[in-house]
Ligand binder design. Sequence first.
Ligand SMILES: CC(C)(COP(=O)(O)OP(=O)(O)OC[C@H]1O[C@@H](n2cnc3c(N)ncnc32)[C@H](O)[C@@H]1OP(=O)(O)O)[C@@H](O)C(=O)NCCC(=O)NCCS
Length: 385
Amino acid sequence: MRFPEDVPVLRDDRDTSTVTLRAHTADDIGPAYEACQDPEMQRWTTIPVPYERENAVHYLTEFVPAGWRDGNSWAWAIEYDGRYAGTIDLRPGDGGVGEVGFAVAPWARGHGVMTRALKLAVDHAFEQGWTRVIWRAYVGNWGSRRVAWKAGFRGLVTVPDGGVARGVRKDEWIATRSRDDAAEPAGHWWQVPTLEGDGLRLRALRSTDAKRVMEACNDERTQHWLAGMPSPYQFEDAEAFITGRLENLASGEGVSWAIADPETDDLLGNVSVFDLKNRIDGSVGEVGYWLHPEARGRGVMSAAVGLAIKHAFKPIDEGGLGRRRLMLFAAEGNTASAHVAVANGFTLTGTARAASPRRDGSYDNLLCFDLLATDRPQSAAATES
Ligand SMILES: CC(C)(COP(=O)(O)OP(=O)(O)OC[C@H]1O[C@@H](n2cnc3c(N)ncnc32)[C@H](O)[C@@H]1OP(=O)(O)O)[C@@H](O)C(=O)NCCC(=O)NCCS
């Protein structure tokens, strides 16, 4: 192919804005150099660090044209409303499968530019006969993951040490979109709405909650009834728990809230609705929780579960989790937990024998509760934001 004459121009025109993929020009050198000074760009891509002006000159005047001529890399400038906003490239591979890479300048982020550019590039790949496009990002690059999810990439896996940047190995996420996949999200990426009511606030967990999480999970009673928790529960365990909630949201597995004091916003506990991708029945969910010892004995968890289940039963198109049935399990003898279930209208459906492991290797019986969306009107007066 000749550069730039044969580089296809791909365009997504909307009423409010236009995203165009076009051949790079010498005018892009300055803005590309500027964009590559951004720490996020340096953190999540393989560009040289420090990034000098010569790097931009070499990339745009030698590497990119050579890629088109040789056919081993098709890199476009992304133009957003007439201004250079970033770069996206396709790297064809054997057997009709290739990879995509992208980056957008800080000023253009958060406007959907990358999602639109990615859809244009992937459509073009399929028009050229590709059967599958592979997306890769270092673990933790949530922005890139969300762009890929929005553009229909799926089947995400994590490959330990799968990526490398400037000689350093990094864990990597990989997902793909095949020619037969819709350019739409596959599966849910849940949000954590702030729920308020009954003198409580349920909000997303934050990194600053780690100390309170550690205290709550090191508590003797928490450790006794939740025998699967690390013991002792370290600060790093709390940090991993908080980060893991992002993964649960993104993978569609579950939603967790910090139960917070509405005055101080301090974490009082945690309530989660999880198992949302249950393999047998995707309309169910399980409710789980723990409370900081300082917050016990005053109805906090009963109220928090009330707010969470109201959200769980709300239809998905109204921003809820669209559940039909919720399950809740408590070890026999955990009176406080059984009380929370009963207070929220759950029915005790049975006892699973020797089903709740203890730390000494023995087992408690497990009380099994459930609640159907049709069981009762939702009582908690929750407001969402
Ligand atoms: C990742 C990147 C390409 C996203 O570009 P963008 O144009 O801001 O993406 P979009 O506007 O299309 O965003 C799509 C969605 O992702 C979300 N998103 C974007 N950046 C995010 C971030 N850092 N964290 C969480 N979500 C993010 C947006 O809110 C949007 O979701 P919404 O539509 O539900 O609101 C851009 O931040 C970037 O260039 N980063 C540095 C380089 C890089 O990481 N490249 C990818 C290497 S694999």
